[in-house]
Ligand binder design. Sequence first.
Ligand SMILES: C[S@@+](CC[C@H](N)C(=O)[O-])C[C@H]1O[C@@H](n2cnc3c(N)ncnc32)[C@H](O)[C@@H]1O
Length: 314
Amino acid sequence: MSDDATPADLAPTPHTNGSKTPPAADTAPDAVRDGASGTARDKRTFRNFPVSFVRRTDRLSVGQQRAWDNYSQAYLLDFPRGLAATSVDPNWTLNPADVYGRTAPLTIEVGSGRGENIVAAAASHPDRDFLALEVYIPGLARTMLRAQHAVAARDEHATGAEASPWAAAEPGHPTLTNLRVAEVDAVELLDTAIEPGTLDQLWVFFPDPWPKKRHHKRRIVNPRFADAAAKALRPGGTWRLATDWAQYAAWMVDAIEGSVEDSEEPDWTPHPAFRNVHGPRAHAPRFDGRVLTAFESRGIDAGRDIADLEYVRL
Ligand SMILES: C[S@@+](CC[C@H](N)C(=O)[O-])C[C@H]1O[C@@H](n2cnc3c(N)ncnc32)[C@H](O)[C@@H]1O
C-alpha cells in the first residue's frame, strides 16, 4: 500500500482485465450506486468517516480469473449492496444457517488478504464456519484458489492418491463448504449485517498500518470498530488481532482498553464489552491458529516485532 495512494472513494475500477465474466460487484467498484437504479453519483457524499482501504487497480491473473469464474458461486457471498460497491444494504442481515446450510460457530476475518489464515482454519476445522471479508478482488480470487488447493490436499490425504491442485480448481470439484468470502467493507458488514451477539470469533491480522500521522484516521481498529465488534460477538466470543507495527499495537490497545498518559488519542475510554485475556494492556502469545502470511513475513524481514492481542467479549 502506498502512503500516497488514491483514496478509496476515488479509486478506478479494478480487475477489468478483459475477461469473460467480471464479478457482479465490479460494475462500479467502490463507486456510489444511486439506490436501485445503479447509476453513479458523487461518491464522497455518503460516508461520514474515512475508509481503511484503497481499491487498487490490480488485474486478475489467468489462474485467479479461472478461480473466480469457477468458484464464485460456491464461495462468494451475494447480498444486497448499499451505495458503494463495497457496502452492504443496511437492512440486510446475514443468516449463517442459510449460507452454510447448518448452525456452527462462525469466525470472521477482516481484511483476509490472500486468504492464508482463513483457508488454513476452514480446512482444519470442518466443524466451524468461516467468512473472509476483503475489498481486494485479486486477494479474494487467491483465497478461492487456495481453498481449492486445500481441497486437493485433503483429497490426497484421504485417498493416498496424488491429487492435482489444478484439477481441484476446475469446475464442479468439491469445495470447502464451511468457507465463504465477501467483497465488502468489513466495517459496514460487521456493523449492520451480523445478528448481534452471534459471532464466535473475530480476526484482524496485520491490518494496513497507515503509518503517516495524517492517515491514522484510516486505521480500521478504533473505538467505533470496537463498538461494531462488541455488537457482533457473542458473550464469551474472542477478538484476536495482530500487527507488526509497535505503534499500531499501542493504538489498538488504546482503542479497546482506553488511553493512557502517552497515548496519541488522549480521550479514548476503556470499552466496557472487552477484557484483555492476558491482563491489562498485555500482548498475547502467538495464536497457534495463525499461519505465517506474506505480510507478516515482510514485517519480520524488516526486523519488526509481531504483537498479538486477544480480547474476550464480556
Ligand atoms: C496488510 S493486508 C493484511 C492481509 C492479511 N490479514 C494478512 O495477514 O496477510 C490488509 C488487508 O486488509 C484489507 N482491508 C483494509 N480495509 C478493509 C476493510 N474495511 N474491509 C475489508 N478489507 C479491508 C486490504 O485490502 C488488505 O488486503
